[in-house]
Design a protein around this ligand. Sequence first.
Ligand code: ADP
Length: 279
Amino acid sequence: VDLVSLSARVAPLGSELVLILVEDRTKERRVDAIRRDFVANVSHELKTPIGALSLLAEAVEQAADDPEAVQRFSGRMRLEAERLTRLVQQIIELSRVQGDDPVEEATPVPVDEVVVAALDRCGVDAQAKDIDLVHTGERGLVVTGNREQLVIALGNIVENAVTYSPEGSRVVVDVRRAAGDDSAGRHGDVVEIAVSDQGVGIPEHELERVFERFYRVDRARSRQTGGTGLGLSIVKHVAASHRGSVTVRSVEGEGSTFTLRLPLRAEPSAAETSPNTPS
Ligand code: ADP
C-alpha cells in the first residue's frame, strides 16, 4: 500500500469512543495517473498528423500553379487523414475495452467465425504483399463473449503479422484446444489461437512492452506503416475481459507468434441439445 494514498478520518463517538476510518486510495490514485498519462499521450499522438495536415495545406496553397505538386501534396494529405481516422477509431475501441470488466451481453461465439472475419479484414493488405493467409487446426470450437471485440482483437494480431512480414511470406492462424486455467484461476478447457508470421520479429527486451499503449518497437517504421501503437493494448484488454490472455514469442529476423487464449464455452448439457439436431 502506498502510504500517501491512505486517508484517515477520525470521528469522536461520545467521550470514550473514537472511530478511525482508514481508506486505501492506492487504486484510485493509480487509475487517475493512468488516465492523465493517457490523455497526455493521446494529445501528443493527435498533434503529429494534425501538424502534418496543416503544413501540407499551406504547401498546396503555395503550389497552386503547379498541378503536379498539388497532386503530390494532396495525396499525402489523404494519407495523414487516414492515419488520423485510424488513430481516433483505435482510441474509441480502447476506451470501450479498457476497464477489463467481463463483457456485457456475452453470447456463444464460434471461433471459426472469428478467425474467418479477422482474416477477411486483412485480405486486401495480404494480397497486396502476396502474403499467404492460412487457417489451420481444430474447427467447431465455441467461446463465450462479444463477437465484434474478438474479431477486432484477432484482426489486430493478424494485421500486425501482415504489416511486419516480407512480401511472399506466410501467416498461419492455428486453432487448438488445450487444458488450462482462465485468468480468474478457474480450471477448464481453453482455445489457443496462435498467429505465426515469418516477419521481422521483436527483440527479446521489447517483448514485454509491445502490449503497452502507444508503444512501438521502431517508431520510424511504424509511422511508415501507419501504426498507432494501440493495436496490441486493445488485444490485451479484450483478452482480459474474456477471462483470457495474450502472449508472444519471437525471434528477431525469423518471425513472431502471438497466442490468444480464451476459455471455451462449457459443453451444452443434454437438455439444451435439441434431439432433432443432426449429428
Ligand atoms: P502498431 O499499430 O504500431 O502496430 P501495436 O500495438 O499493434 O501497434 O504493436 C506494437 C508494436 O509491436 C509495433 O509497433 C511493432 O513494433 C511490434 N509488433 C507487433 N506485432 C508484430 C509482429 N507480428 N512482428 C513484429 N513486430 C510486431
